[in-house]
Design a protein around this ligand. Structure first.
Ligand code: NAD
Length: 291
């Protein structure tokens, strides 16, 4: 390893530590309340990436002692059946968290389904009530991927307060909530997106640069301020010259590693943290329901 190259932020190891702590907490909760926390992941259709994510989530639940109430629906399932399923899960006392795995097949209205989830069981933190709480700086369930980024920054004791943060990407899933969380942590935040002129120049102003776009190698070394913290949220499947398929982020990893001070790898960075935050939210909802 080159002596000037960035330290990697090990989301995978941190996620494992969080899950070990959650497993201990779940054991105690089970003893005192007589039931484990429960999470329902609803998946519709056969998107292979979604299926892999759902498997990961259910495996992680099993490891920490959270019961899965997942349902897998065929691609042609109607809106009403899903809405009724969510209603039933809202009323089911064994279920603390509900999430709808996105994307959904085109005939379904994902936003309307998200609205049906009870805000206190909104494990993904995407319900308007929870997004509203985030805007107001109130406690609530926070979206998992941005919450995972914040936790990673905190665990590595990387100062956010007073820093210049640039978030590239403005989706409701990642970019927007992350910008709000950085603001809440007293960063000076810029949100850049596909219509932003002078993107490299803006990115270069960042002490903390977040890439949440979905374009391999978008963030090249000349976009990065020396010694910046670079967080790569992107997950892209690419095929290299030898025909091998692998996952990469939005950051041109090797060259950027020579400029940045801290950098998240893909895989093993933010992705692993997302699942840990989902479990964290489920346990949080459980403890609130029992308080
Ligand atoms: P999205 O497609 O909803 O949003 C992408 C954003 O990038 C948009 O706001 C768009 O304005 C912006 N953008 C597009 N092209 C751009 C360009 N050339 N320059 C600057 N900005 C541009 O995607 P998303 O759901 O926010 O996900 C972003 C990436 O993060 C994807 O690769 C996704 O797979 C990944 N992701 C990872 C996790 C995780 O757990 N690590 C979770 C969710 C999403």
């Amino acid at each position: 390893m080159h002596s000037n190259s960035a330290q990697l932020l090990d989301g995978k190891a941190l996620a494992q530590r969080i899950q070990t702590q959650l497993a201990e907490q779940v054991q105690q909760l089970l003893t005192s309340n007589g039931r484990p926390p429960g999470l329902a992941v609803l998946m519709v259709g056969d998107n292979p990436a979604s299926a892999a994510y759902v498997r990961n989530k259910e495996r992680a639940c099993a490891k920490v002692g959270i019961t899965s109430f997942g349902r897998h629906f065929p691609a042609n399932t109607g809106q009403e059946e899903l809405a009724q399923t969510i209603q039933a899960l809202n009323e089911d006392d064994r279920v603390d968290g509900i999430l709808v795995q996105l994307p959904l097949p085109e005939h379904l209205d994902a936003v309307s389904l998200l609205h049906q989830i009870h805000p206190d069981k909104d494990a993904d933190g995407l319900h308007p009530v929870n997004l509203g709480r985030l805007v107001r700086g109130e406690t609530g369930l926070r979206s998992c991927t941005p919450a995972g980024v914040m936790r990673l920054l905190r665990e590595y004791q990387l100062e956010v307060k007073g820093k210049t943060a640039v978030v590239v990407g403005r989706s409701i899933l990642v970019g927007k909530p992350l910008a709000l969380m950085l603001l809440e942590a007293d960063a000076t935040v810029t949100v850049a997106h596909s219509r932003t002129p002078n993107l490299p120049e803006i990115a270069r102003s960042a002490d903390i640069l977040i890439a949440a776009v979905g374009r391999p190698q978008l963030i090249t070394a000349d976009w990065v301020k020396p010694q910046a913290v670079v967080i790569d949220v992107g997950i892209n499947r690419v095929t290299d010259e030898s025909g091998q398929s692998r996952l990469v982020g939005d950051v041109d990893f090797d060259p950027v590693r020579e400029v940045a001070q801290f950098l998240t790898p893909v895989p093993g960075g933010v992705g692993a943290m997302t699942v840990a935050m989902l479990l964290h939210n489920t346990v949080l909802s459980y403890t609130k329901a029992h308080s």
